[in-house]
Design a protein around this ligand. Structure first.
Ligand SMILES: Cc1cc2nc3c(=O)[nH]c(=O)nc-3n(C[C@H](O)[C@H](O)[C@H](O)COP(=O)(O)OP(=O)(O)OC[C@H]3O[C@@H](n4cnc5c(N)ncnc54)[C@H](O)[C@@H]3O)c2cc1C
Length: 361
C-alpha cells in the first residue's frame, strides 16, 4: 500500500479528492490533514460579505468529501516536516508517516508577523475565520480596510453595499500604500478610483501604515486615523513550515518547486497553489486561478511518480480572467488589456463561482 498524505484542503487537493471519488485507485492509502473541517472559497467571499450568500454556500465539508473518496480525514495542522525520515509532526503532537506528501496550505497575511498589527487588526486567514471576521468588521461604527489589492477592493465595495442596505450611515475607509490594484495597469486603477468616488467610501491611497495602537492607525506621513475595527488584507505571506523544516524555499519562505510541482530536494514532496513558488516563474502572483490550473497536473504527477512515468509540466497562461465584485450585483471584468464593468460581469462571476463550488458537492 502506498501512503499519500495531502496537507491542506485548498483548490489543488479538492481536485485530488474529487478525482479519487470518481475513480478509486487500488493500492493507495490517502490521508487529508486540515486544521478545519471546512474549506471556504474566496471567490465567494465578497458575495458573503454583501449578504448575497449564506455560510453553507461558500464552504465545503472536507470530512464529508474525504469519506466519499475513501480518504482518511485528520483535523489538525502540520507543524514540521521530516523529509529524510518521511514523516510529519502535527500541532496535536502526533506524527504521520508517508511515501508521498503534497502541500496545498495556501498563505498567511503579510503584516501578521508584527505585534501591533496582530493585536489590533482582524484577519481572514486561516480562511475558516472568514465569516466571523466579516461579521465583526461590517457592523462596526468605523471599519477600516487595509490593502488595495483584489481582496481589499472587493471587500470594501461589498461591506459598503451591506451597510447601505441596512441604512448604516457612517462610511468605511480603504487604506492602501500605493495606488489601487497595483498589479494591473494605471488605467484600471483609475477606473476603480472613479467607482470609489461614486460611493461614500473614504479612500486613502499612497498611505503606508507605520503602526497601530488601541486608538488609531499611524501613517508614515505623520497622519493618523481612528478606527473601531481594522480588516487587514495586505497580500500573501508564507507559513514558516518549510523554513522550519529546512526545505529549499524562496526568500519569502514559500516552498521552491519544479515545473512538475515537486520540491527541489525531495522527489516525493509535491506542492502547489499559494504555498509554492515555481523555480522558472518566481514572480507568478499567488492567486486562485493558478492553483486551479496546477491542480490536475499535481494529481497526474503524483500518479506518474508512483508508476515511474514521465511528468507533466506546468506552464502559466499569459492572460487570465479576473472579475472583481463592485457591490450591488455589479462587477469589473479584466482580461488581458480589456475591461468591462456592470451587471453582466457580476452574473458571470456568480455563475462561475457557483459552478466551481457545486462541482465538489
Ligand atoms: C477576498 C479574496 C478574494 C480573492 N479573489 C481572488 C480572485 O478573484 N481570483 C484569484 O485567482 N484569487 C483570488 N484570491 C486569492 C485566492 O484566495 C488564493 O490565491 C487561493 O485561495 C489559494 O489557494 P490555495 O489552494 O493555494 O490555498 P487555500 O485556498 O488558501 O487553502 C489552503 C488550506 O490549507 C490549510 N492549511 C494552512 N496551513 C496548514 C497546515 N500547516 N497544515 C494543514 N493545513 C493547513 C488552510 O487552513 C486552508 O484551508 C482572493 C483572496 C481573497 C482573500
Amino acid at each position: 500500500m502506498i501512503k499519500v498524505v495531502l496537507v491542506g484542503g485548498g483548490h489543488v487537493h479538492l481536485h485530488f479528492i474529487k478525482q479519487l471519488s470518481n475513480n478509486r485507485l487500488d493500492g493507495l492509502e490517502v490521508i487529508l490533514i486540515s486544521p478545519s473541517l471546512y474549506q471556504y472559497y474566496s471567490g465567494m467571499f465578497s458575495g458573503y460579505a454583501e449578504g448575497l450568500y449564506e455560510e453553507e454556500d461558500i464552504r465545503l465539508d472536507l470530512q464529508k468529501l474525504s469519506k466519499k473518496a475513501t480518504v482518511t480525514f485528520i483535523e489538525d495542522a502540520v507543524v514540521k516536516i521530516h523529509p529524510n525520515e518521511n514523516y510529519v509532526t502535527l500541532k496535536g503532537e502526533e506524527t504521520v508517516n508517508y511515501d508521498i506528501i503534497s502541500f496545498d496550505i495556501g498563505s498567511e497575511t503579510l503584516g501578521s508577523e508584527k505585534s501591533d498589527i496582530m493585536s489590533h487588526a482582524q484577519f481572514i486567514k486561516p480562511n475558516n475565520r472568514f465569516t466571523q471576521t466579516i461579521e465583526h468588521v461590517r457592523s462596526a461604527s468605523k471599519p477600516v480596510i487595509v490593502g488595495g489589492g483584489i481582496a481589499g477592493i472587493e471587500l470594501s465595495f461589498s461591506i459598503h453595499a451591506w451597510r447601505n442596505n441596512r441604512k448604516i450611515q457612517s462610511p468605511i475607509t480603504l487604506v492602501t500604500a500605493s495606488r489601487l490594484l497595483e498589479s494591473e495597469d494605471k488605467k484600471t486603477s483609475e477606473k476603480l478610483f472613479e467607482k470609489f468616488k461614486k460611493t461614500n467610501i473614504n479612500l486613502l491611497t499612497n498611505s503606508k501604515v507605520d503602526s497601530i495602537n488601541h486608538r488609531a492607525i499611524h501613517f508614515n506621513n505623520g497622519k493618523e486615523l481612528s478606527y473601531e475595527k481594522i480588516l487587514w488584507l495586505t497580500g500573501p505571506k508564507s507559513s514558516n513550515l518549510f523554513k522550519r523544516s529546512e526545505l529549499e524555499t524562496d526568500d519569502k519562505g514559500f516552498l521552491m518547486v519544479t515545473n512538475s510541482l515537486q520540491s527541489m530536494d525531495y522527489e516525493n514532496i509535491f506542492a502547489a497553489g499559494d504555498c509554492a513558488t515555481l523555480i522558472d516563474y518566481p514572480n507568478l502572483p499567488k492567486n486562485g486561478v493558478y492553483a486551479i490550473k496546477q491542480a490536475p497536473i499535481l494529481y497526474k504527477n503524483v500518479l506518474r511518480y508512483i508508476k515511474r512515468e514521465p511528468f507533466e509540466y506546468f506552464k502559466p497562461q499569459n492572460r487570465f480572467l479576473s472579475i472583481l465584485s463592485l457591490g450591488n450585483r455589479r462587477a469589473l471584468l479584466l482580461y488581458g488589456g480589456m475591461s468591462l464593468s456592470g451587471k453582466f460581469p457580476w452574473r458571470l462571476k456568480n455563475y462561475i463561482d457557483k459552478k466551481y463550488i457545486d462541482s465538489f458537492k
